[in-house]
Design a protein around this ligand. Structure first.
Ligand SMILES: Nc1ncnc2c1ncn2[C@@H]1O[C@H](COP(=O)(O)OP(=O)(O)O)[C@@H](O)[C@H]1O
Ligand SMILES: [Mg+2]
Length: 270
């Protein structure tokens, strides 16, 4: 479904992505792992349109989507989740979902004459859809809660919920499990599996938690030093010598739990 062909992304002298080639199969939940600094987030940013690659191409099926902007990719069903923007933290969960641009009713309004009724019907339709998403994610008890008051894990669920307001085909998740407690992590995992099985979503997710990866992902792609090291099932990559070496080789500073603070680009997706 997505093909990344020899992508490079350089920031000055830093070769963050250095010749990455990979494929994400339609219908899969593909995991992307690798030591800190491997270039995973940068590759996501290239695919999801935050910035173009220095060189290389990205394909969506037969279509070259290299360098397309996030809103153009959004219209094609290629989404990445974003942290709930600051200005949305004072809206409720329901309102946050209703804010997602749907674009179904057209700008091709028949005339101002019909507009009032059409907008009311559109709002009712969007509200019903948002309520369906809330049910699906078991968030009924926080539907009228302000997004800013949610726990970290509930915010992640809401971010996932936002992808359900449009007809997503593939969703990119960057460390959706980071800082989320076990119970909510299981809820997020269940939602991902159900979206995959019941709605045909393809996922590509960066994750550090290997239990979470093992439960959800096949295949797992391993990146190191800006390139793809190997690919296989979670079991295969866990016992792969090169993978073990890549993790150990990064030394103490990159041990889980001692990760550097995310860059501005990571937190804003910009
Ligand atoms: N905007 C940027 N400017 C300069 N260097 C960057 C930028 N974004 C990432 N890098 C560097 O690129 C490398 C890969 O980073 P990143 O893609 O965040 O890796 P990962 O997500 O695998 O931890 C790191 O050395 C990082 O410091
Ligand atoms: Mg990262």
């Amino acid at each position: 479904m997505i093909r990344v062909e020899d992508v490079h992304k350089h920031f000055g002298g830093v070769h963050a992505v250095n010749g990455a080639t990979l494929e994400i199969a339609e219908g899969s939940i593909t995991g992307l792992i690798g030591p800190n600094g491997a270039g995973k987030t940068t590759l996501f940013n290239v695919i999801a349109g935050a910035f173009p690659p220095t060189s290389g191409r990205v394909w969506l099926a037969d279509e070259d989507i290299t360098g397309l902007k996030p809103h153009e990719l959004f219209a094609k069903g290629v989404l990445r989740t974003f942290q709930i923007a600051h200005e949305f933290s004072t809206l409720t969960v329901l309102e946050n979902l209703m804010m997602v641009p749907g674009g179904q009713t057209g700008e091709d309004l028949i005339g101002a004459w019909f507009r009032g009724r059409q907008i009311r019907e559109e709002e009712r339709r969007v509200r019903e859809k948002a309520e369906g998403v809330i049910d699906f994610l078991n968030m009924g008890h926080v539907a009228t809660e302000l997004a800013g008051n949610l726990s970290g894990g509930q915010k992640k669920l809401l971010e996932l919920g936002r992808t359900m307001m449009v007809d997503a085909r593939i969703v990119f998740l960057d460390e959706v499990g980071a800082g989320v407690n076990r119970t909510l992590l299981n809820t997020i995992g269940d939602a991902i599996l159900r979206l995959n099985q019941e709605r045909g979503y393809t996922f590509c997710m960066i994750e550090h938690d290997m239990d979470f990866i093992s439960r959800l992902c096949n295949p797992v792609i391993v990146m190191a030093e800006g390139t793809v090291l190997t690919e296989g099932t979670a079991e295969e990559v866990k016992s792969n010598e090169q993978v073990i070496e890549a993790y150990l080789g990064t030394g103490l500073k990159n041990k889980p739990g001692k990760q550097p603070a995310p860059t501005a680009a990571e937190t804003t997706g910009a």
